[in-house]
Design a protein around this ligand. Sequence first.
Ligand SMILES: Nc1nc2c(ncn2[C@@H]2O[C@H](COP(=O)(O)OP(=O)(O)OP(=O)(O)O)[C@@H](O)[C@H]2O)c(=O)[nH]1
Ligand SMILES: [Mg+2]
Length: 175
Amino acid sequence: MGLLFAKLMTVFGDREHKVIIVGLDNAGKTTILYQFLTKEAVQTSPTIGSNVEEIAVKKTRFLVWDIGGQESLRASWNSYYCNTEIVILVVDSTDRERLTVTKEELHHMLAHEDLQNASVLVLANKQDMKNSMSAAEISQSLTLSSLNARSWHIQACCALTGEGYVCFLGVCMFT
Ligand SMILES: Nc1nc2c(ncn2[C@@H]2O[C@H](COP(=O)(O)OP(=O)(O)OP(=O)(O)O)[C@@H](O)[C@H]2O)c(=O)[nH]1
Ligand SMILES: [Mg+2]
């Protein structure tokens, strides 16, 4: 958390900062975005394309893109990378079967030249579910420690309540 937090604090000035939210379909990306904005668990349907919301606090503005995660849409994720400063990867912590796919998507994405300076926040979502994996397990499976050249952090959370990430994003975005 230290590195990411420090980086966020130094780069945030009075201009707009681009954030993309990625992850496999059903991970909870849209629920997270609108829970953050409305403080409620909204009803979602699979995102075709993307949702974009501006979050402005004091002089700092974030343009947050929530990108659909279905397999057929992943090839077009790269059209959102340009000027991205923060990548938020949302993981369904109960989806053990597809963690390898998530890992491949993450490392493939981070190899893109437009994301070389981007910080990474992994949200281990759906922690309310009994069979959810811990943030530590997910971190290990995604080999996050290999991202040592960039700022990254993993946070356990539950989008239905906002527990975990609302606090974390609030500290990062609104301090
Ligand atoms: N139990 C539980 N369900 C969640 C949580 N977050 C999201 N969901 C549910 O997971 C389903 C998918 O959520 P979405 O936010 O639409 O998922 P998405 O990642 O945006 O999916 P795509 O748009 O298809 O990429 C919905 O039924 C949500 O209510 C959570 O923390 N816990
Ligand atoms: Mg969605």
